[in-house]
Ligand binder design. Sequence first.
Ligand code: GUN
Ligand code: FE
Length: 425
Amino acid sequence: MKIYRANIVCTPTPKAFKMIPRGYVCVSDEGIIRCVCETLPREYESLPVTDYGDRLLIPAFYDLHVHAPQYRNMGMAMDEELLPWLEKYTFPEEAKFADKDYADKIYRRFIHELWMQGTMRSAVFATAHTQATKHLMHLFESAGLGAFVGLVGMDRNCPDNLRNTADEVRTFYEQCAESSAQQDSPSLVRPILTPRFIPSCSKQMMQAYGELAREYRLPVQSHLSENRSEIAWVKELEPEATCYGDAYNRYGLFGQTPTLMAHCCYTAGEELDLMRRNGVYVVHCPTSNCNVGSGMAPIRRFLREGLPVALGSDVSGGHYLSMLRIIQYAVQISKLYYADTYGKEAFLSLSEAFWMATKSGGSFFGRVGSLEEGYEFDALLIDDSYLNFDHYTLEQRIERYVYLGDDRDIRVRFCRGRELAEPVM
Ligand code: GUN
Ligand code: FE
């Protein structure tokens, strides 16, 4: 058992931050939180305590939509909307991952920055290259970070040097299943089915994905209703589908196993009903939606309808890996949406956006994302002393940290109870 003492701040519900000033978190040797309390229970009184003084202990962050091979393009190439942006900048960059040395160089930097920014688990798109994708999984394992990693499937409307086949996709996931069967404890790094989006995947490819989902109970991630031209193209390509979401659903790739759908800027009507019925996660990517000029997702409506909503950086549509910036953009975009709808939809509160980046996103990985009994201990120790120069309350401190803080304020990072050292770049 390990015991930590600090100012504990988390969001058990989206409504408000829960704060325990100078509280205790007791963590089992397996990395599970056994108690979170103001005073230590008698049975633990004699155990040593790691006292972090006046610092903040918060849940770690979860990025539920990010493209590792687009890391080199982060913060540039923002002069096009989605479809030309993919052709002009994204596909040529991803094609470079046929080269294992290049993949090693970029993936190491990517993982180093996830660690730096306090993103302890993520849902990641790799590329269509099997070897580089396996290497990415291996690098996550070595770093001790959690991840769902997907080999990106694409066999139409893409350059030849990025095309793979349903058979290659099948082989990759079968091999993943074999190696996980040989492990005794649940791995932090797991495979996720990743058809890029409907325009990239033929019927045969989608059928293969549907079979893999059923057979191995694998989760799914993809893109949905991000951009108007994309939606019109899907209508043309898949005339039998009743909506974009149905083009996944008809293959059993829309909540039949746990499913993440990034963007959903234009999701409404039948598509929204289907997502709610099937428990499909919306992954809101507000920085990306700005940079690629996609649109404003109706997040308040999704919350009201009871859809699970998480946040994603969508690098390099998004320009930054820090989930602090994503939380901030989520609130700010919701305020533009509020103004745009004449106040019909209330904007997001900071605690709601923080909850999406922690407990709601974390729920995709299990009992993860909050500092509560029974949760895996994923946490960040924050030293905000340079921001906290007067009599701020804990609530004001967390608000200032989200808006003004950055990775330099993170002193210690825990994933499933383990303190993570800086990964080798
Ligand atoms: N839709 C299909 N591929 C992509 C991608 O790489 N990024 C974004 N933002 N949308 C996509
Ligand atoms: Fe994306």
